[in-house]
Design a protein around this ligand. Structure first.
Ligand SMILES: Nc1ncnc2c1ncn2[C@@H]1O[C@H](COP(=O)(O)OP(=O)(O)OP(=O)(O)O)[C@@H](O)[C@H]1O
Length: 364
């Protein structure tokens, strides 16, 4: 059920502090490299991960919806690879403006920004180890050929000149976007896509991992118990049933947040329905039969399971909350944490096929 690995020696990460981005070095926490899961889909992904960790230099692309564990898998790959003794350096292309990203990745030659000392880039700092480039789809077009050159074994040059350095790094990239579509849309270079995606690991969404919600809930409860010193009394079967039926658009990250908050609310008691946020119950609770019937009278579909796409899972969730709130737009929007304007837009789209949709949406 659990994949674990020895901690990496150190991690470099760009963090924001006081409005700016600072580079900090963290010591790895062993628990962070634990990958929980035993479903068939997850086991297949882990088998693939094991095979991929044997590679020493080949770039690799991890794909999956947000929160599915891409970074955790990159750490696991690094820790199980021949580069485990080297650093694991993580940076997200979505978090930095193009110019800053260029400097962070490639470094600055002495004098380049008016400072006498050179500043090494992350590709250089990851020497002997792994660079994890999250959200590679956000990498600006002009930067892409430069990264491709490094992946092709060309020397690394800091911005502003200076000596050519040997790049001794394995790049593991990750994306929650459809990179092939970005290639078609000309916002991603085909050559870089081919190079980085030559080896790929695809992570399943949580709603397609049978039985893993329960395992992850147990794991996060144990972690919270360890962190707070408060014993965990487990989870009530009806609360677990709701957690298992919820479609988890934010995947494991969302589940982790829900369990951690519920644990604190339960304060030593078994985690139960009242400790869960309303949207979890609303998505799965059988709705009270609408009295006068809201526009488009909604029978929520069964909870999103199996191969439902994220869009379909979101549709079911929104419709289920709407039905549970008896078609009250204000309460539904509030339960979902979105504006009424946004909710109406969704509802119009979902109900378009329904004849009753011709009635104007209630303003309640
Ligand atoms: N299999 C797992 N076992 C235990 N914890 C997990 C697992 N997968 C993800 N997590 C936890 O879920 C959170 C999100 O994981 P991670 O950052 O690796 O996801 P991601 O896919 O890289 O997310 P994003 O796309 O938002 O960058 C983290 O807190 C991580 O510890």
């Amino acid at each position: 059920m659990e994949e674990s690995a020895a901690p990496s020696r150190r991690t470099e990460r760009l963090c924001s502090s006081g409005g700016g981005m600072t580079r900090v070095v963290c010591v790895e926490d062993d628990s962070e490299v634990r990958l929980i899961g035993a479903s068939e889909r997850w086991a297949r992904a882990m088998e693939q991960l094991r095979r991929l960790s044997e590679h020493e230099r080949a770039p690799l692309l991890i794909t999956g919806e947000p929160g599915t564990g891409k970074e955790l898998c990159a750490r696991r790959l690094h820790a199980a690879s021949p580069r485990a003794g080297g650093p694991f350096v993580a940076v997200s292309a979505a978090r930095l403006p193009a110019e800053r990203l260029l400097e962070e990745l490639f470094g600055l030659a002495a004098g380049a920004d008016g400072r006498p000392a050179a500043r090494p880039g992350l590709l250089e700092l990851a020497r002997g180890g792994t660079l994890f480039l999250d959200e590679i789809g956000a990498l600006p077009l002009e930067l892409q050929p430069r990264l491709l050159a490094v992946l092709d074994g060309e020397p690394l040059c800091r911005i502003g000149g200076g000596e050519a350095l040997v790049a001794d790094v394995r790049v593991i990239a990750a994306t929650s976007q459809d990179l092939a579509a970005r290639v078609l849309g000309r916002s991603f270079h085909e050559a870089l896509h081919r190079r980085v995606g030559g080896l790929a690991l695809s992570l399943p969404p949580l709603r397609e991992r049978d039985g893993d919600v329960r395992r992850l809930v147990e794991h996060f409860l144990q972690r919270q118990s360890g962190a707070t010193g408060l014993a965990s009394a487990g989870v009530a079967p009806r609360a677990l049933a709701q957690l298992e039926a919820y479609p988890w658009p934010g995947n494991v990250r969302e589940l982790r947040g829900v369990v951690e908050r519920a644990f604190l609310r339960a304060h030593g008691a078994p985690l139960d329905l009242e400790h869960l946020p309303p949207e979890i119950g609303a998505a799965t609770r059988p709705p009270a039969a609408p009295r006068s019937g809201p526009p488009g009278a909604l029978r929520p579909s069964p909870p999103a399971r199996g191969s439902a796409s994220l869009g379909e899972a979101v549709r079911r969730h929104i419709l289920a909350v709407y039905a549970a709130q008896n078609g009250n737009v204000t309460r539904t929007a509030s339960a979902l944490g979105i504006t009424r304007v946004s909710l109406r837009r969704h509802l119009r789209q979902y109900l378009a096929a329904d004849a009753r949709d011709k009635e104007p949406l209630s303003d309640r």
